[in-house]
Design a protein around this ligand. Structure first.
Ligand SMILES: [Zn+2]
Length: 403
């Protein structure tokens, strides 16, 4: 499956889509309320089939005539998701889904076969010279610039709306992209941290630009002006959009940086080892900075890029002592605190950098647990200068089995 996201051209025709999304929000809230009442009495949510039958009945009434406007499949999809989240309340130990303002309802799904595409000829060229396409959603045509060629059959179209009121479509195709890259025969362990985003077992470091921090001043100022405005006024709405724009920019900058780094790493290494992260624990320790780095999102992107290039991203056990162990002699230093960035091993006297040492240990642990061979750190004048992986090359080249 491949997903591509395109922005719909902003014009008057979008009002109809906004209306449909608002109605979807109303329907969701209506059935959420019903499900909650049912849950309080019987200890479970309403099933999809019950809700669906009820919806058909309501649509026939005069009062709910406008519920016939949105595409029926999308409404059923919303009910399916509601039923699902009520079922997951127990198994995932979650609270019930939240009510949302209908203007904040974000998405609507269409069956791919029901949303045909059509190329627009003689259309005005858009800025990046992408071809203009039309898509029919619920009987009306909307325009967008297709920036990625469609390679497979479109299975689903998802319409989303963001906080700025921009509308996007995500096309899901049954096509998996493969870009075979030459194998480099390299395996690398990575330690994730606050100071350096990534530290490789080879000694290379990658820092993160910390985009949230960069935009923090601008955001604080915008939030201040927002708070001074009269509630519900036009001016407040304008300031709300300013804030949303800053958040969107931050997210875009971060995603862009993540994608570029993920492509670089998956090109350079065949196997990439990471530690299984305890994100909630890290957040407790370092707070907002962890969210700014967004390790989890980065790992998802890296996995995607590695899979495309037939490389593997593997996780080592969370509980292996990667920071406290000396990577040369495996002496365990129990006295190590978080503040110690560098330390000397009491047993073999090697000067160790905390992050680099951890990265080598992650590589060691990974290579050992997947039976790929052994890792030897190279020590020169009491400092680690690199490490060699003694693995049979056939094993390194057959890593697809672990992907
Ligand atoms: Zn040592």
């Amino acid at each position: 499956m491949r997903n591509t996201k395109h922005k719909l051209f902003d014009d008057k025709s979008l009002k109809r889509l906004h209306d449909e999304l608002n109605i979807c929000g109303v329907v969701r809230n209506h059935f959420l309320a019903l499900s909650m009442r049912y849950y309080r009495r019987y200890g479970k949510g309403l099933s999809y089939s019950k809700m669906s039958k009820h919806l058909t009945k309501l649509k026939r009434l005069e009062k709910y005539q406008h519920w016939n406007i949105p595409y029926a499949w999308s409404l059923q999809n919303i009910l399916k998701r509601l039923a699902q989240s009520f079922r997951e309340m127990r198994t995932h130990k979650r609270g019930h889904p939240q009510f949302k303002k209908c203007q904040k309802h974000k998405g609507m799904t269409f069956d791919g076969a029901q949303a045909p595409l059509e190329k627009v000829f003689n259309a005005q060229k858009n800025e990046r010279n992408h071809p203009t396409y039309n898509i029919r959603l619920n009987g009306r045509w909307y325009r967008f610039a297709l920036h990625r060629e469609i390679k497979g059959e479109i299975k689903q179209v998802h319409v989303t709306r963001d906080a700025l009121g921009d509308l996007y479509i995500t096309l899901t195709e049954d096509y998996s992209e493969v870009i075979p890259e030459p194998k480099t025969g390299k395996a690398e362990g990575f330690d994730m941290g606050i100071k350096d985003f990534l530290t490789g077992s080879g000694g290379q470091r990658w820092t993160s630009p910390m985009f949230y921090k960069q935009n923090a001043k601008k955001l604080a100022k915008a939030q201040q002006t927002y708070s001074r405005k009269v509630k519900g006024s036009q001016n407040q709405e304008r300031d709300r959009k300013t804030i949303a724009r800053i958040h969107k920019k931050t997210a875009n900058q971060r995603a862009d940086h993540h994608w570029k780094l993920a492509i670089e790493l998956s090109r350079n290494f065949d196997i990439l080892f990471f530690e299984d992260l305890n994100l909630t624990g890290m957040k407790r320790l370092w707070g907002k900075q962890v969210s700014d780095l967004a390790f989890g999102e980065f790992l998802e992107k890296l996995k995607h890029q590695a899979k495309k290039r037939i490389k593997s991203v593997l996780k080592v056990d969370e509980w292996s002592p990667t920071t406290k162990c000396c990577s040369v002699c495996e002496h365990k230093n129990e006295n190590l605190t978080l503040a110690d960035r560098e330390w000397a091993c009491p047993s073999c006297n090697t000067h160790l950098d905390r992050d680099h040492n951890a990265a080598i240990n992650i590589l060691k642990e990974g290579v050992a647990s997947f039976g790929l061979g052994a890792v030897r750190p190279i020590v020169l004048l009491g400092k680690i200068v690199g490490c060699s992986v003694e693995a049979s090359s056939s094993l390194l080249h057959s890593t697809n089995a672990f992907a």
